[in-house]
Design a binder for this molecule. Structure first.
Ligand SMILES: Nc1ncnc2c1ncn2[C@@H]1O[C@H](COP(=O)(O)OP(=O)(O)O)[C@@H](O)[C@H]1O
Ligand SMILES: [Mg+2]
Ligand SMILES: [Zn+2]
Length: 242
């Protein structure tokens, strides 16, 4: 199976649609799936247009449903948790978060990005943040601050937010930056939007990153966040699809 990449998100997909020319020669239609109008639109029987899923995937990446249908798909606790979250995200459920703590190659990133894709396909705005990049930005003064602000703005506009690789920056010592950054993000998300927090650290280790506020929002009985720990299974980077 062809390797899937996730460089783009809902926003760049929207940008791409915005820049499609109105008229194209017949043989130059962007989608050749044969199931849509060739421009990435499917017209339903009730006359409503929606995105062509085939075109969307070519441009943006797979959805959770596509991953599940793949020959080498493995159902991990992580994947299941993200799939369950999707139900609520797409049905306007009450915002909630999951904290995914697991070893490498357990579908944490893959499933979360697929959820963002699927959300975008359904007109739901999402945002992906690499936590180490944010911490790097925090350490680089003025330019870095602009990066952080743009992420925080994007988070505020989103219904579903993914914060990936929390803890991967820990090699660089000082835990104050990560701790305060995480707290800030939690403040933006808490009960207002769906969120997936991702780490390779164990739940016990990640506790060092959480100040009292973060703990009360994520651990406590606030009911906002649930936790999934997934360290037992195989590393799918070597056994999974690709
Ligand atoms: N549900 C899955 N079934 C099969 N293979 C998978 C699955 N999820 C991920 N993979 C494979 O494992 C690789 C790493 O997955 P990824 O989600 O990036 O892991 P991590 O949990 O470390 O974020 C992917 O590139 C893909 O090849
Ligand atoms: Mg990952
Ligand atoms: Zn199509």
């Amino acid at each position: 199976m062809k390797k899937v990449t996730f460089e783009s998100t809902a926003e760049s997909f929207q940008e791409m649609i915005d820049h499609l020319p109105d008229e194209r020669p017949d043989d130059d239609r962007p989608c050749k799936c044969g199931e849509c109008d060739g421009y990435g639109h499917v017209i339903d029987s009730d006359g409503k247009a929606r995105f062509c899923p085939n075109f969307f995937e070519q441009k943006v990446g797979p959805t959770l449903d596509t991953l599940r249908r793949s020959e080498k798909f493995v159902e991990t606790p992580t994947f299941l948790a993200v799939e369950l979250l999707k139900m609520d995200v797409l049905t306007e459920g009450k915002p909630r978060a999951v904290f995914l703590s697991g070893s490498h190659g357990r579908s944490k990133t893959e499933a979360s990005r697929a959820l963002l894709n699927e959300a975008a396909l359904n007109g739901v705005r999402g945002h992906y943040v690499s936590f180490p990049e944010l911490i790097k930005a925090r350490k680089t003064g003025y330019d870095g601050n602009a990066v952080i602000q743009s992420h925080l703005r994007a988070i505020q506009k989103s219904r579903i937010v993914v914060i990936d690789e929390i803890g991967r920056e820990s090699q660089h010592g000082n835990e104050d930056h990560p701790r305060s950054m995480l707290t800030e993000i939690i403040q933006y998300c808490d009960r207002q939007r769906f969120a997936i927090f991702i780490t390779n650290l164990s739940i016990k280790e990640i506790d060092l990153y959480l100040d009292t506020y973060a703990k009360s929002r994520l651990h406590g009985d606030s009911g906002y966040c649930s936790w999934v720990e997934d360290f037992e299974g195989a590393d799918l980077r070597f056994e999974g699809f690709e």
